[in-house]
Design a protein around this ligand. Structure first.
Ligand code: TPP
Ligand code: SF4
Length: 282
């Protein structure tokens, strides 16, 4: 067995050099590792939104659900609640997750539901050709802001930390070994995990040189320390020139949301209830 059989017949339409390739290859490698460790890939479900990032589910040969823009999280939550034995991985763009779907993300973190969200944060709308997003820097010039944005970006990791997320990390689409390590740790985490990946859109916002100049790997950082995590998360605010830390900022054990629902399906005997209803109404 190798990760080659995790590919699909779908023709890849991403631009050459797009950071999505690194995420795709890292995820396939991690799924392959999981399978070799004895975890059946039938129990993995991928969910994506709408955008360039979303096509990732077309390119990986496991169960998946293509949802709509901004709604990756509620779909992932529904799947996890329906069957808590599944490993549910959501892929969303920064427009998708931090714009239209932001409140879902906050509630997922607050509930500590055991899903992993991988955010392809290219800080631009890729598919719709270059509008600004909640993490574009002040002054960003794009299709919808030819004279530059007048807004400061949000720091999504700071927002997620304050919302109760129990695993937070940042990756970069350059350097696949680090990305693989982060994904593996996020998937192993029991509870809500989010990886903000600086995924470079070479066509509409090419940040490779900038990130390579500023990015560094977190070392000697204790992810169990909330205040230390907050300090590291605040080091770069997605706007100013500052060192950009990569790695796991925060990790905490806590009760997960789906556990009380584990035997719910069996208890309510959904099948016979539906039959009764149908018989009564036909
Ligand atoms: C409900 C809804 N709102 C808006 C759109 C239009 N739309 C499609 S993709 C997209 C933005 C994609 O940007 P992002 O989520 O950052 O993903 P990327 O393409 O950069 O991977 C938008 C606004 C849509 N399809 N559906
Ligand atoms: S537009 Fe940007 S995000 Fe979309 S495929 Fe091309 S490089 Fe990737």
């Amino acid at each position: 067995m190798s990760q080659n059989d995790l590919g699909t017949y779908a023709v890849n339409t991403w631009c050459p050099g797009c950071g999505n390739f690194a995420i795709l290859n890292a995820v396939k490698a991690i799924l392959d590792e999981l399978r070799n460790e004895g975890f059946p890939l039938e129990k993995v479900v991928l969910v994506s939104g709408i955008g360039c990032h979303a096509k990732i589910v077309d390119y990986i040969n496991v169960n998946s659900f293509y949802s709509i823009h901004g709604r990756v999280v509620p779909v992932a939550i529904g799947i996890k609640l329906a069957n808590p034995d599944l490993k549910v991985i959501g892929f969303a763009g920064d427009g998708d997750a931090y714009g239209e779907g932001l409140e879902h993300l906050i509630f997922a973190a607050k509930r500590n539901i055991d899903i992993t969200m991988i955010i392809h944060n290219n800080r631009v709308y890729g598919l719709t050709t270059g509008q600004y997003t909640p993490t574009s820097p002040l002054g960003f010039r794009g299709r919808s802001t030819p004279f530059g944005t007048r807004e400061l970006p949000i720091n999504p990791l700071e927002l997620m930390l304050s919302s109760g997320a129990t695993f937070l990390a940042r990756g970069y689409s350059h350097g696949i070994e680090l990305l693989k390590g982060i994904f593996k740790e996020a998937l192993a985490h029991k509870g809500f995990s989010l990886v903000d990946v600086l995924q470079v859109c070479v066509t509409f916002y090419n940040m490779y040189q900038y990130y390579t100049r500023h990015a560094y790997e977190l070392k000697d950082h204790d992810p169990r320390n909330y205040d230390g995590a907050l300090q590291k998360i605040r080091e770069w605010d997605y706007n100013k020139e500052a060192p950009i830390a990569l790695g796991t900022f925060y990790k905490k054990e806590a009760a997960t949301f789906e556990e009380p629902f584990r035997d719910y399906g069996a208890q309510v005997d959904r099948g016979s209830k539906i039959r009764q209803l149908l018989e009564k109404n036909i």
